[in-house]
Design a protein. Sequence first.
Length: 278
Amino acid sequence: MISTEIQQVEKYYTMISEYLVKYSMQLVGALLILIFGLWVAQKISKMVAALMARNNIDITLTNFVSNVVKVLFIVMFIIIALGKIGISVTPFVAAIGAASLGAGLALQGMLSNYGAGLAIIATRPFIVGDTIEVKNVSGQVKTIELGYTILINEEKVEITIPNKHIVGEILHNSFNYSLVKGEIDIAYNASAEHAIALIENVLKDHELVANEPLSQVGIERFAESGVTISYRYWVPTTKIIETKLAVNGGVYNAIQSADIEIPFPQRIVTINQQSIDS
């Protein structure tokens, strides 16, 4: 039994020796081709990245394209090197094709996210720093990756959205700012013009309220207990809550300091005396 194993080892040793003797120069050539291929792939990848950077192409797309170019060149030189040492690459190509088909079917959700990510990067419907709303989710764009996009809302919560849920949907983009709405009631006997002027000053004096688009202040409706003054303004998305609280406090103090009455809900009840007497 031991002799049989020794014979097998000798057989394999002879085969390897004959192969090395026959293909020694080819192995050296294949190794040189592979080293040269790695160098070429690295150089061309850097050239593609530099070219795209000079044309202000998105950094995510730049990295993706340069890496794809690098991988393609490496694969090409590996195939050439294998052919140099007498290894047929046809079975490998068939196996890779079959494996790619199976992986594509298994990972079609992930691949659709990557495809959608490429579409976002190429068409640029929004960029990092914009404020978007899609499928009732809103926030400021923090990161755009190939598979997903990360938003951050006014509560400093990060929201990760797969890119396939962004492409093809109705998208609202307010760029760097978000709209904030507020309102306050004043008595019917108070001057609405004076109240509107006071609120406009409060908005104008706050450093985080945007000058463009312009703030809007005016009469919203005539309520049961008073006149409702509405004000709308734009602020950075990540500063919504603190700005809203500060503006509301400033509006209240301005109205109070001007002795403008802020009514409370009230109802006038009429009592029918005849019904009581009966």
